[in-house]
Each structure stands twice: as structure tokens, then as C-alpha cells.
Ligand binder design. Structure first.
Ligand code: COA
Ligand code: ZN
Length: 321
């Protein structure tokens, strides 16, 4: 048992809900965040202060942020694209703002409608506003491990954007595999380089499970010294501006795997499974979580009743019919 601490950051109410066609009622969002606040997460990304035209699903960001019950042990963060978003977020007393831009020019133009240099200039303005407060600043670098329009992204490009943000005083950087293009050896190499180059930055990895590699990528990141992961309850998630994007790594599957391997996440698996079970009702469809369907590894089943020939009764009957 390794006993290593791993920090889990829930993103379902932001990365998850931003992508849902069915609007989740404000009260339901608040109730879900309140429930998640008691589950042992290090951080919860509650919502985003984006343009309501761009992301109508999160148009109630102020109401949600104002009305949730905060737990002192949890950092409440929100996604912010520009100064307007930062001002809205600061007026709600958030603990952290999570700024966003893409490492790929094409994805940045699609998602944020501007060039990367324009984004950087704008985020620099945001940082100058937020630095006058005690609110922490994280920047999420989208498409850091592949772009659905440009393909491979050079590791040096990712490191050089990290460098630019480190120089202007962000406390954390999240490397996002926005459309699940990352693979384990790539993740290992990028994380090792990032850890070495920026030992003082709080580094988060953000995987999507688009091609089924999110848990494998997590293990590769852990081996490279990463201890902080975004994940989404039920495996919800996806970027409306990234073709083919699907859910984040599923929180309950991530916690289940990590706890089996002896990591300490602080997250109560029973509680998050019960929260995940509420999601289909809220969003109007099934969720990707396999753990929710299969149960935990040692959630055992009673033996089926056996007939005299040793086959389950149902089978014995049909075999003889
Ligand atoms: N909050 C609220 N409204 C905002 C806003 C913000 N943070 N930023 C811009 N707006 C409004 C403007 O007031 C304007 O409204 P109007 O049409 O009624 O005048 C409208 O949005 C367009 O503003 P503009 O400055 O021209 O921005 P844009 O259309 O180029 O949009 C973004 C830029 C980044 C604000 C917008 O595309 C956005 O919010 N995207 C969301 C990105 C995202 O969250 N993606 C998924 C996660 S990675
Ligand atoms: Zn994402």
C-alpha cells in the first residue's frame, strides 16, 4: 500500500453541465454542489462565468455561486474566459479563478473566437485584476496533448505557454487532454518535463476518456509525480467547441482505482456513487460511468439458486426444455 495523497477536483457541474442539452435547474445544481461539498474533494469547479450565449447551460453562474453552502476544506473554483467573467466571479467570492486558453491556435479560435496571442493578452489583463485580491489563479491549457483540428501538439509549445503564465504569476496550471488524444508514454514524458521545469506550480492533469485511455493516462501521470486530477462525476463532460469530445475521466472510477492501489484521495466513494446515481434524472440520459452499473470490485452478489445438476435454476430449466 503506497498511502500517497492524491487530490481530486470535481468538474461535473462545469465541464459536465456545459455540454448538456437539457438545462439543469439552478436549485438542482446547488443541491448537487452541496452534496459534493461533503464528499471529500480537494476542489470543485462549480460553474463558468462565460457568455450566456456561448454556454447557455451555465447562465445561472451567479445564483449558483451565491447560494451553495461552502465547506472550508474545499476550494471553490470557476472557469473564466475574460475580464468580464473575472469581475462576475470576484463578485461572488470565489476561492480561485480558472482561466482558459488552448495550446492549439485552431481550437483557441473555435472556442474563444480569438488568436492565442489575443487570449494571452486578455488573460494577462484578467490576472492583473485578480492579483489585487487574494483569489488564486489557475490557467487551463486546452488541447495540450492533441488538437482535433491540428493533430499532435509539440511538448515544447506546452512548456513555453506554461513558462509565459508562470512568469506573470499564476499559481497553478492544468494540462487538458480536451478530446482524449493523449496516450500514456506521451503523458509520462510531458508530466516529467513539466514537473522538472516548474517545481513550484500546482500542476493538474485533466483527462477526457474519449478513446478509453483516461485511467491509463492517469497512472502514467502519477508515475511522473503528478498528484492532482480533474474528474467528472458519472463521466460527464465535453467541450461544445471540440469535435468528438466526450466525457472526462469518471470520478467514481478514478477514486475506485486509486483507493484499490492504496492512494489516499479523501473522497468517500459510497457518497459519490449515490450522487452519481442522481445524474440521469438531472440531465435526462444515462451516464458513461461503468462503475455505477457494475458496482465496486467487492460489491459481491449472492449465488444464484442451483438446481440438482449444479446449473442455475433458470439455465437448468431452459437446458432441459
Ligand atoms: N460573461 C457574460 N457575458 C459575456 C462575457 C462574460 N464573461 N463575455 C462576453 N459576454 C457577452 C458580451 O457582453 C456580448 O453580449 P451582447 O452580444 O449581448 O453584447 C457577447 O457576450 C459577445 O461578447 P464578445 O466580447 O464579442 O465576445 P465573443 O462573442 O467573442 O465571445 C467569449 C468570447 C470567450 C466570451 C465566449 O465565446 C465564451 O464565453 N465562450 C465560452 C468558452 C467556453 O467556456 N468553452 C468551454 C470550456 S473550455
Ligand atoms: Zn475538459
Amino acid at each position: 500500500m503506497n498511502g500517497k495523497r492524491v487530490f481530486i477536483q470535481e468538474v461535473a457541474t462545469r465541464d459536465g453541465f456545459q455540454n448538456e442539452a437539457q438545462f439543469v435547474d439552478t436549485d438542482a445544481k446547488i443541491a448537487l454542489v452541496n452534496k459534493l461539498s461533503e464528499c471529500g474533494y480537494a476542489k470543485i469547479e462549480v460553474t463558468s462565468f462565460t457568455s450566456p450565449k456561448a454556454i447557455p447551460a451555465l447562465r445561472d453562474a451567479e445564483a449558483v455561486m451565491h447560494e451553495i453552502k461552502r465547506n472550508e476544506g474545499v476550494v471553490y473554483t470557476v472557469l473564466v474566459p475574460n475580464v468580464r467573467g473575472a469581475e462576475r466571479a470576484l463578485s461572488c467570492g470565489v476561492d480561485e479563478v480558472n482561466l482558459v486558453m488552448s495550446v492549439s491556435e485552431s481550437h483557441n479560435r473555435t472556442n474563444l473566437r480569438m488568436s492565442r496571442e489575443q487570449s494571452f493578452a486578455q488573460l494577462n489583463d484578467v490576472i492583473n485584476v485578480v492579483k489585487q485580491t487574494k483569489v488564486a489563479i489557475n490557467v487551463s491549457l486546452s488541447t495540450a496533448m492533441g488538437c482535433p483540428m491540428e493533430g499532435d501538439i509539440a511538448q515544447e509549445d506546452v512548456l513555453s505557454w506554461m513558462e509565459r503564465f508562470a512568469q506573470i504569476g499564476v499559481h497553478g496550471v492544468t494540462l487538458c487532454d480536451t478530446t482524449g488524444m493523449a496516450f500514456p508514454s506521451q503523458v509520462g514524458s510531458l508530466c516529467t518535463a513539466a514537473r522538472q521545469k516548474f517545481p513550484d506550480l500546482e500542476l493538474t492533469l485533466h483527462f477526457h476518456n474519449t478513446r478509453g485511455m483516461a485511467l491509463a493516462n492517469t497512472l502514467a501521470a502519477l508515475e511522473a509525480g503528478i498528484d492532482r486530477f480533474d474528474s467528472s462525476l458519472g463521466g460527464l463532460g465535453g467541450c461544445p467547441y471540440a469535435p468528438g469530445a466526450t466525457g472526462n475521466v469518471c470520478t467514481e472510477e478514478l477514486v475506485h482505482m486509486l483507493e484499490l492501489d492504496g492512494y489516499k484521495t479523501g473522497v468517500n466513494l459510497t457518497e459519490i456513487l449515490s450522487a452519481s446515481a442522481l445524474l440521469p434524472q438531472l440531465i435526462g440520459h444515462d451516464v458513461p460511468s461503468q462503475l455505477l452499473k457494475a458496482g465496486r470490485r467487492l460489491d459481491l452478489h449472492s449465488m444464484p439458486c442451483l438446481a440438482k445438476d449444479g446449473l442455475p435454476e433458470q439455465q437448468a430449466f431452459s437446458a432441459g426444455a
